[in-house]
Ligand binder design. Structure first.
Ligand SMILES: NC(=O)c1ccc[n+]([C@@H]2O[C@H](COP(=O)([O-])OP(=O)(O)OC[C@H]3O[C@@H](n4cnc5c(N)ncnc54)[C@H](OP(=O)(O)O)[C@@H]3O)[C@@H](O)[C@H]2O)c1
Length: 295
């Protein structure tokens, strides 16, 4: 029997998730299909509970709603309040995870960044930032400074991180809200989790150069991705900063989703990445939109 998986979101038209998962199904010879479905808020829970589906992914703007529909949320879902991957267990329970957390870990590891003891500047305080703070704290960073356009949201993110941290005292020490980067400070990593870079005319989320605020950065990760890399990541590289955009994180969350749905299976990461790159290139053509975005 063909197992059916679905991506729920709005919009989903530009999603490259179907291409990645279909490539994986083919390589691993899985009798499964994956489709993207534009979903209204009120439909999320009922679709997830429908008997005809083995599981799926969730993207903007439904990750928080999806978390509430689960009967078996993972520790990462409880910590972030967000679910991007769910599946129906054999006992009928609805299990889910936030594989954005593990996807970011994979991206950091591929970049050669070891979180342990690291000092991080996090730009943004939305849903993706929740996954980032959780991954960074669990990875053992020494500090995370959150810089967000709306400071109240940064404070709310810090409160949430402290409430759900494995070690609350350490988290209270490590997670801070910043009004601006410390001039002249050195950060091991700057991580963009804002949506700046999604639209062609967007300014950089932070000027990393000498004309900027004067901080120094060992590495840069942009959660936004684009065919050929985002402009901000290219800017970082011209300054000699090792940098990667959100593609590895995206492929990582997809690979981990596949491994949740098919326990014991090893996801074909490189083949999924190749499918993602090919799909992005096809979509960044002159008539195909900007080729950047989420899931
Ligand atoms: N690569 C991946 O696998 C992956 C996974 C998840 C998300 N993402 C990407 O991460 C980004 C954020 O997603 P999200 O779910 O966190 O979205 P979100 O919850 O809507 O948060 C958006 C964030 O961007 C900030 N922002 C938006 N416009 C801004 C502007 N003009 N100037 C400064 N800051 C601005 C917001 O600041 P305010 O709080 O002030 O509004 C907020 O911090 C998206 O680009 C998404 O594509 C990538």
């Amino acid at each position: 029997m063909t197992l059916r998986f679905v991506l729920l979101g709005d919009p989903v038209r530009h999603s490259i998730s179907p291409a990645m998962h279909r490539a994986a199904f083919e390589i691993r010879e899985l009798d499964a299909e994956y489709t993207a479905r534009r979903t209204a808020p009120g439909e999320v829970g009922s679709i997830m509970r429908s008997a005809g589906l083995a599981g799926g992914n969730v993207t903007l703007p439904h990750k928080l709603r999806a978390a509430r529909a689960l009967t078996r949320p993972s520790a990462a879902v409880r910590a972030t309040g967000a679910c991007n991957c769910w599946w129906r267990r054999t006992d009928g329970e609805l299990a889910g995870d936030n594989t954005d957390v593990g996807g970011l870990r994979i991206a950091l590891s591929r970049l050669g960044f070891q979180p342990q003891g690291g000092r991080v500047l996090l730009l943004g305080a939305g849903g993706a930032a929740r996954a980032a703070v959780h991954a960074l704290l669990e990875g053992g960073v020494s500090s995370v400074e959150i810089l967000n356009r709306t400071p109240a949201r940064a404070h709310a993110l810090r409160d949430r991180a402290l409430a759900h941290a494995t070690d609350a005292a350490r988290a209270a020490d490590a997670v801070r809200v910043a009004a601006a980067p410390h001039p002249g400070a050195t950060y091991d990593l700057v991580l963009n989790s804002t949506s700046l870079g999604l639209s062609p005319g967007d300014p950089f989320p932070l000027d990393l150069g000498p004309g900027g605020h004067g901080g120094r950065f060992g590495a840069a990760v942009d959660m936004v991705y684009a065919a050929g890399g985002t402009a901000w990541i290219r800017h970082a590289r011209t300054l000699g900063i090792r940098a990667t955009d959100g593609l590895d994180m995206l492929v990582g969350q997809a690979a981990l989703s596949l491994e949740r749905w098919f326990p014991g299976l090893e996801a074909p990461f490189e083949a999924m990445r190749e499918a993602a790159v090919a799909e992005l290139a096809a979509r960044s053509g002159p008539e195909s939109g900007d080729g950047s975005g989420t899931g």
